[in-house]
Write a protein of this length. Structure first.
Length: 183
């Protein structure tokens, strides 16, 4: 009989906020109950926008708050629980944006807001991989599960698309069939 492994997918309660990364855009927000994005400017939104360069690429950021929170660059359409809370913007002549077309910049800015929304909702996960080590007596029904590998910081609930499967030690993807998921 080969080695037995089990995997536990768990909520990453100590995940890094995506605004700590090297981002293309600057995400600013105004909300009385939340610190949103990179900064909460003291001036009102109209004054903030007037101070930006004319060629700045700007997307509106909307928030939906109801049993959780979601952010998007598209309006949610709920007059009661959603509305615009800020902007994400980028200057196309900045070092990080050089060579990018405007549409590519807009897609990248929208993706930054999507990742921020995932993080704000606590949808960041990790896994612990354990190997069964049989007891010295040789009885395969006795033994202990020992830590084999672990990795954290996978954004999004779908482990098939969040990069988790690409990180497993070779050939262990099958473990997800019986994965123990704890939130």
């Amino acid at each position: 009989m080969g080695n037995e492994f089990r995997i536990k997918i768990q909520h990453d309660s100590d995940s890094e906020g995506p605004r700590e990364w090297d981002n293309l855009g600057t995400f600013v927000g105004w909300h009385r109950n939340y610190r949103i994005g990179d900064a909460q400017p003291s001036e009102d939104p109209e004054e903030y926008l007037k101070a930006l360069p004319d060629d700045e690429i700007i997307l509106n950021v909307y928030m939906y708050e109801h049993s959780g929170v979601a952010y998007s660059t598209s309006a949610f359409g709920c007059a009661w629980d959603s509305g615009q809370v800020g902007f994400i913007h980028c200057n196309p002549s900045s070092e990080i944006a050089q060579g990018m077309e405007e549409e590519a910049i807009k897609k990248a800015l929208a993706a930054e807001v999507e990742v921020y929304s995932t993080w704000a909702n606590g949808e960041v996960y990790g896994y612990t991989l354990e190997e069964f080590v049989p007891a010295a007596c040789g009885d395969p029904t006795h033994g202990e599960w020992e830590h084999f590998d672990s990795c954290w910081g996978f954004y999004g609930m779908d482990w098939e698309t969040n990069g988790m499967m690409d990180n497993f030690p070779g050939g262990l993807e099958y473990l997800l069939v019986d994965a123990e998921v704890t939130y």
